[in-house]
Design a protein around this ligand. Structure first.
Ligand SMILES: [Fe+2]
Ligand SMILES: [Fe+2]
Length: 163
């Protein structure tokens, strides 16, 4: 049972992104050679969800971990874990940025068949990388954060993060 607001928040965000990535990957696997129909209900819902969630993930969520939490891991002698997770972030940002461009074009209805094939390849790669990263953090980072933050720091970080 997690005791701190920030560890619970991270936990909930990890669960949500893992769920979304799973739905995204399954829809990508079902995709044929061409784009889905313009009125395809699954993609009409999924594209804006993926766009918004990934934008948030690589900015707010990653920034919180990098600026507030990884530094505290270093102080606790868990620098190796912090470095590993940071390297994951760099790779994930590198895949997410071009993917977000394609998702925006797909939403606007301007993405051609070749673009959809790239979206499928990048999307599946991201689902794999970010999915395992979030799982890794659920196992290694979240319990440590829960343990290392005192109540006052927790409240301060949470207030900053959610305001
Ligand atoms: Fe992370
Ligand atoms: Fe995370």
């Amino acid at each position: 049972m997690l005791q701190r607001l920030i560890s619970r928040k991270l936990h909930d965000e990890h669960v949500a992104i893992i769920d979304l990535l799973g739905r995204f990957a399954r829809a990508l696997e079902r995709l044929g050679a061409g784009p889905p129909a313009a009125d395809d209900a699954t993609w009409r819902v999924l594209l804006p969800q993926v766009g918004t969630a990934l934008e948030y993930e690589i900015t707010q969520h990653f920034d919180l971990e990098e600026t507030q939490l990884f530094a505290r891991l270093h102080e606790r002698g868990e620098g190796e874990l912090a470095e590993l997770l940071f390297e994951d972030h760099e790779v994930i940002r590198g895949v997410t940025r071009p993917l977000l461009g394609l998702v925006a074009q797909a939403q606007a209805g301007t993405l051609e068949a070749a673009g959809w094939r790239t979206l499928k390849a990048l999307g599946l790669e991201l689902a794999d990388r970010l999915g395992s990263h979030a799982e890794k953090e659920q196992g290694a980072l979240v319990p440590l954060v829960d343990e290392m933050l005192d109540e006052a720091t927790d409240l301060e970080l949470w207030t900053q993060y959610t305001s």
